[in-house]
Design a protein around this ligand. Structure first.
Ligand code: ATP
Ligand code: MG
Length: 366
């Protein structure tokens, strides 16, 4: 067992540069934790703290029952794939991959076998004798991945390892990675901007903003029950519709229609209403909820069409994702959805408002 634990971890570079603020996370053997967040939110700094490349201002990094704060990076037995690849320029691809094994005096035949097998999985066998300067960005990235995978480290740390691959290769490597990490059964901490990657690979996701974990939960819960407005807006594509609505009594006013407020959230004077574009459909005769509006923009994705709709008698806009074969009138259409798919947030602190009917809390107890 080598549970990785971050306890009240903080990193301050300057009085106003604190990219990691009081982070607490645990990653067990075989768990895959993804750090998701906008550029500059502290993802790489957090990985560097775990690897020992940065010293924490406060808090602890622990592996099993050991405090690693005074353990040098080279003695932590962690494999890190850097955002910038960090390959040795004077070595060939094969030598780059084999370095860590050579340092540990692994027998030559075994090195050859392990380097060969990982190169094959990442489709870089044909590049084995090239130097990094003769490789494309995507090829370098795969060499960096191979170099991490070939070792048998206690922990894997990966900083956007697929960002330079084209869409097809990315999909293939993503599937291979999932399998490779399942075989390894080690803690994995993975940084990505790509939501599909976060959703498909992770056993849990930590959404970060300004060095603070906004929500830590399994991927499906991050999507279905975002803990606050930021998580709601950051996760999901196209982005969730988020509208500030005035309330009267037990209704929130969306253009000409008063939406019933769910029970359990009290009677606020305004509320942030959230609805995913994929939750909206074109209303039919039998639907009791019908929001009239006008289409002002259509984006065709092939598989779906994204309609931008101005709600009648208001400045409010809703984006709706509907099947490509559905027909509608640009000047007037009616939208509907299942009320349970609505999200509600407090306009002051932007936290999720739990409705009485919610089956689970937004913060899971992971
Ligand atoms: N060595 C350093 N000295 C001073 N400030 C730093 C240092 N390293 C990072 N920072 C600052 O800390 C913040 C977080 O940087 P970090 O690289 O962790 O972001 P990130 O989430 O990985 O972003 P990206 O998605 O763009 O890679 C940034 O504001 C950055 O400028
Ligand atoms: Mg980064």
């Amino acid at each position: 067992m080598s549970t990785l634990q971050l306890k009240s971890l903080r990193k301050q570079f300057a009085p106003d540069v604190i990219p990691v603020k009081d982070v607490n996370l645990t990653v067990e053997d075989g768990e895959f934790l993804t750090l998701l967040g906008p550029s500059g939110c502290g993802k790489s700094t957090l990985l560097r703290l775990i690897a020992g490349l940065e010293q924490p201002t406060a808090g602890e990094v622990r592996l099993g029952d050991q405090n690693l704060n005074r353990v040098a990076p080279g003695d932590r037995n962690m494999a890190m794939v850097f955002q910038s690849y960090a390959l040795y320029p004077h070595m060939t691809v094969a030598e780059n991959i084999a370095t860590a094994l050579k340092l540990r005096d692994v027998p030559k035949a075994e090195i050859q076998q392990r380097v060969g097998s990982v190169s094959e999985k990442l489709a870089i066998t044909h590049l084995r004798d090239r130097k990094p300067s003769k490789l494309s960005g995507g090829q370098r990235q795969r060499v960096a991945l191979a170099r991490a995978l070939v070792r048998e480290p206690a922990v894997f740390l990966l900083d956007e390892p697929l960002s330079n691959l084209d869409a097809l290769l990315r999909e293939q490597v993503r599937e291979d990675l999932k399998q490779l990490f399942e075989e390894q059964q080690k803690p994995v901490v993975y940084v990505t901007h790509d939501q599909t990657e976060a959703m498909t690979l992770s056993s849990k996701v930590a959404v970060l903003l300004d060095g603070v974990v906004q929500q830590l939960a399994e991927p499906s819960l991050i999507y279905t029950q975002p803990a606050n407005r930021f998580v709601a807006s950051f996760v999901g594509s196209p982005q969730m519709n988020l509208l500030t609505l005035k309330c009267e009594g037990d209704r929130a006013q969306l253009g000409p229609v008063g939406l019933p407020l769910p029970t359990g959230i009290g009677s606020p004077s305004t509320v942030i209403f959230g609805l995913r574009p994929e939750a909206i459909r074109l209303a039919q005769a039998g639907d009791s909820l019908k929001i009239p509006g006008q289409v002002f923009l259509v984006e065709n994705f092939g598989r779906e069409q994204l309609l931008s709709v101005r709600v009648e008698n208001s400045d409010l806009k809703l984006r709706a994702l509907i099947p490509p074969d559905q027909h509608w009138e640009r000047d007037r259409l009616e939208l509907t959805w299942t009320p349970e798919q609505s999200h509600w947030f407090d306009p002051q602190n932007e936290q999720r408002l739990e409705t009485s009917s919610a089956a689970q809390p937004a913060h899971s107890s992971l």
